[in-house]
Design a protein around this ligand. Structure first.
Ligand code: UDP
Length: 451
């Protein structure tokens, strides 16, 4: 079902020598863009991920942009300024410029308020481009549906392709909501449908996500391309677990079941806590060794009740086992992964789940819900365990193996590091560049047909 819907971009062989022109020559005679406008309206690549609106998409944009720049594709990322301290432009890395756009007040706006600011944002993007010679950007790559709307107009105005990455989709999220969680509004579904209609190419993280784009939003096969996200293998690499535990103040003999990421119902950290409570009911002797660090901050609908997970830990009688830590930078997070016995990811929905890949790259197995991209990120029975559903007893059973069987942890951990090593960001960027080239080539073909 999925396969015929999906056109996975491939790296073709260099068939023709580079030709002169504004665009870079590319593999297979197709041209790569020289400079692109990347749109990230609601969250900046300069923000700390792991809380609020900053998460995997921020990491995705940073890593992708840097690797594209290494391929000689300049990237300018437009994002909404949220502080008067935000300089108009910031160089993130050589070849990657972040442009802060004024669209509405710096403070006090939630992501939900931003649809009303898209006109102001688009205006600023168009003005920036108008300050350059025509043809400044060869392509627009928008991230998340809000940016897709800006990209829709900008790409049409500049006569360039629009490539869009959804990151998450309202219909998919709503189909897998946690109990009592707030559904995504109909306006977002309508907005996403319009972006799908407008985009030249839609980049999906996995074949499953591509199939969802087709099924829920009517994406056409020729629009779809699958590009797996990557992991920064320089930051996230295996290391000394004992040293990591010493640095983090964790006991050397502990069984550490780590949760890392944004704290919101969709990520289901409550399932981990309930499972730990069940496990301790059955195996009270494990209590002395068990540590459950929760690294991250409240986000999304979790912002309304930031203390709810603390309360749940107390209600379950495991407040002594659970430790809450604010979000940390990537190098420190790598220490947490190395220190962990297993990373636990009970999410209800996950378009990919970068933390699963990062933990594995550090040699740590992952116990994950069998949803969304997680079965691609995690090889069940090889690099971790994929759990169906969210029954705390099933999760307790899955976790018990990790807490009691060090040989399994070592075996899965070694396999996890090997598995994650195949997911470098350079490969993601190269495939993305090929998607860009395909979109440009298709536009060229259409223009030739019209002429
Ligand atoms: N992250 C971080 N610090 C933290 C917790 C998380 O930098 O304390 C990062 C983590 O490295 C990962 C991202 O946040 O790259 C979360 O991405 P994921 O795809 O797992 O979830 P999302 O936030 O996209 O839902």
């Amino acid at each position: 079902m999925t396969q015929h819907l999906v056109r996975t971009a491939r790296r073709d062989r260099l068939a023709v020598p580079p030709t002169r022109g504004r665009l870079h020559a590319l593999v297979g005679g197709r041209r790569r863009p020289r400079r692109i406008a990347m749109l990230s309206v609601h969250t900046s690549p300069l923000h700390q991920p792991g809380t609020g609106d900053a998460g995997g998409m921020n990491v995705y944009i940073v890593e992708l942009a840097k690797r594209l720049a290494a391929l000689d594709i300049e990237v300018e990322v437009f994002t909404r300024a949220i502080s008067s301290d935000d300089a108009p432009t910031v160089e993130l890395a050589p070849g990657v410029l972040v442009r802060h756009v004024t669209a509405g007040p710096f403070e006090g706006l939630l992501k939900e308020d931003l649809p009303a600011q898209l006109c102001a944002f688009t205006h600023a993007v168009l003005r920036t481009e108008a300050g350059h010679r025509p043809g400044h950007y060869d392509l627009v790559h928008s991230h998340y549906w809000l940016s897709g709307h800006v990209g829709w107009l900008a790409a049409e105005r500049w006569g360039v392709p629009l490539v869009h990455t959804m990151h998450t989709m309202a219909k998919v999220k709503n189909a897998a909501l946690a109990e009592g969680d707030t559904p995504e509004p109909a306006a977002r579904v309508i907005g996403e449908t319009q972006v799908v209609e407008a985009a030249d190419r839609l980049i999906a993280n996995t074949a499953e996500e591509a199939a969802e784009l087709a099924f829920h939003y009517g994406a056409r096969p020729e629009q779809l391309a699958v590009v797996h996200p990557g992991v920064n293998l320089e930051v996230f690499r295996p290391g000394d677990r004992a040293a990591a535990r010493a640095r983090l103040g964790l006991p050397q003999d502990a069984a550490v079941l780590l949760f890392a990421g944004r704290i919101q119902p969709l990520k289901a950290p409550d399932v981990l806590l309930k499972a730990v409570a069940r496990l301790l009911e059955r195996r009270p002797e494990l209590r002395e060794r068990l540590v459950v660090p929760v690294v991250g901050g409240p986000s999304g609908s979790g912002l309304a009740r930031p203390e709810s997970l603390h309360k749940l830990a107390a209600q379950l009688g495991i407040a002594d086992v659970v430790r809450f830590h604010p979000p940390v930078g990537q190098a420190r997070l790598a220490e947490w992964y190395r220190a962990a016995t297993a990373l636990v990811m009970p999410s209800h929905s996950e378009s990919f789940g970068l933390v699963a890949l990062e933990a594995q790259a550090c040699g740590t197995p992952v116990v994950a819900a069998a949803v969304g991209g997680l079965p691609v990120a995690v090889q069940g029975g090889v690099t971790g365990t994929l759990v169906d559903g969210h029954d705390p007893d099933a999760w307790a059973h899955a976790l018990e193996a990790y807490v009691t069987d060090p040989a399994l942890v070592a075996r899965y951990g070694a396999a996890a590091a090997r598995h994650a090593a195949a997911f470098g960001w350079s490969a993601s960027a190269a495939t993305t560049a090929d998607v860009y080239a395909g979109a440009l080539a298709a536009r060229g073909g259409a223009r030739r047909r019209l002429a």
